[in-house]
Design a protein around this ligand. Structure first.
Ligand SMILES: [Zn+2]
Length: 404
């Protein structure tokens, strides 16, 4: 087994992403295979969010400078932002976070307490300016894509919403079989001017998050100075198969932005009340998450995540038509396939599929065509012999559904 390869190296071998000098460093370009991986992740998490009652929205990637004056980004976060651009007398900023746009969607009409909580979700990219020397592969990039969601909740709903958000992230970690620990990222009490809002709110919010974690009987480590500028965070820290640590999912409880945007809902007595925002993302960043799973699995993704699940290898050109027919059949059943026909010899085709870590290699020759069967090899080199096509198909579909 190849161990300890970086995600950049494996990404090249598996043809998942590339970089271009003309586009710029820190701006990864995902290839067709890399995009299949991204879409698989996106469909996976969006289905879970939809089941949990999240609704999807779409926003543009820039906003007026004023938006970030109100949000406080310009005051506390401007070093990490791209500078404003002027266009036809107005100043715009490339969004450093998605919260202010989502907040404006919530604020489009006054919500009744009965409509709360409002859970808005979107897979979208936010931008962070970095020194070019700090950019590295998919782990430090200028565009960070999140399954970003914002829950607008009444104070009596916040614990339950936190629990739901945590359950979603834990389900993902189980499905990916990842080890993790929980970090409660608090503010740095010796450097309070880095943060928005008053001391009372911060202490109260941190206490509330501790209460929720204790109530849910979840162990955590409290770390000072790792909070977002608008509120404390709960981070899921992941240890991959090589014991490398990655910060991924976050959940944040925020009293500050509702205040700054003067958000309200109407309570049972017709009074205006202040909601609380829960910021949450499962894949803290798609780019970093993809880097992590590439290194964690060393490119040998489980079948459900593999960009190509079954490689079809015709022994020679006269078996090509049948190979294509079988690939079509598999594709119609939702199995991702590719017919490998670039090389002349079967040995070379096997080598290509194995290098690209395709989980199954289906070989098609004379006897397979005659018997409507397929000879299966695994990427580990195990020869599983001839199998009835429908039987093999059933097995692959079960593995995809079970995420093994
Ligand atoms: Zn947010």
């Amino acid at each position: 087994m190849n161990s300890n390869k970086s995600h950049q190296e494996i990404g090249r071998e598996l043809d998942l992403f590339t970089f271009s000098d003309l586009v710029g460093s820190g701006l990864p370009l995902f290839t067709p295979k890399g995009t299949v991986l991204r879409k698989t992740l996106q469909n996976y998490i969006e289905d879970i969010l939809e089941d949990a009652g999240y609704e999807f929205v779409s926003i543009p990637h820039i906003g007026r400078k004023k938006l970030y004056e109100v949000s406080g980004h310009l005051e506390k976060f401007s070093e990490d932002m791209f500078p404003a651009m002027e266009s036809k007398g107005r100043e715009y900023i490339l969004k450093p976070s998605n919260c202010p746009h989502h907040i404006q969607i919530f604020a489009r009409y006054p919500h009744s307490y009965r409509e709360m909580p409002v859970r808005l979700a979107e897979t979208t990219t936010q931008y962070r300016s970095e020194q070019s020397g700090e950019l590295e592969g998919l782990t430090r990039v200028l565009g960070i894509t999140l399954d970003d969601s914002h829950v607008f909740a009444r104070p009596d709903q916040i614990k339950e919403e936190f629990r739901i958000a945590l359950e979603i992230n834990k389900k993902m970690l189980d499905d990916f079989k990842l080890d993790y620990w929980i970090r409660l990222s608090c503010w740095d009490p010796d450097n309070k001017n880095k943060y928005l809002g008053d001391e009372k709110h911060w202490e109260e919010t941190q206490k509330l998050m501790e209460e929720i974690l204790n109530e849910l009987k979840i162990e955590y480590k409290k770390v000072l100075g790792e909070a977002a500028f608008y509120g404390p965070k709960m981070d899921l820290m992941i240890k991959d198969s090589l014991s490398k640590e990655w910060q991924l999912s976050t959940i944040q409880v925020d009293f500050n932005l509702p205040e700054r945007f003067d958000l309200t809902y109407i309570d049972a007595n017709g009074q205006k009340k202040r909601p609380i925002i829960l910021h949450r993302a499962t894949f803290g960043s798609y780019e970093r998450f993809i880097a992590m799973i590439i290194e964690h699995f060393q490119g040998a993704f489980p079948v459900w995540l593999s960009p190509i699940q079954v490689a079809i290898l015709p022994i020679s050109d006269k078996h090509l038509d049948q190979a294509k027919k079988i690939a079509d059949e598999l594709r119609k059943k939702g199995v991702r396939t590719q017919v490998l026909n670039k090389s002349d010899t079967l040995q070379a085709k096997i080598r290509e599929a194995t290098l690209q870590k395709m989980p199954y290699l289906g070989i098609i020759g004379d006897s397979e065509i005659e018997e409507r069967s397929i000879s299966i090899r695994t990427r580990e080199g195990e020869d599983q012999g001839k199998m009835d096509l429908s039987q093999f198909l059933k097995r692959v579909i079960t593995e995809i559904e079970k995420k093994v």
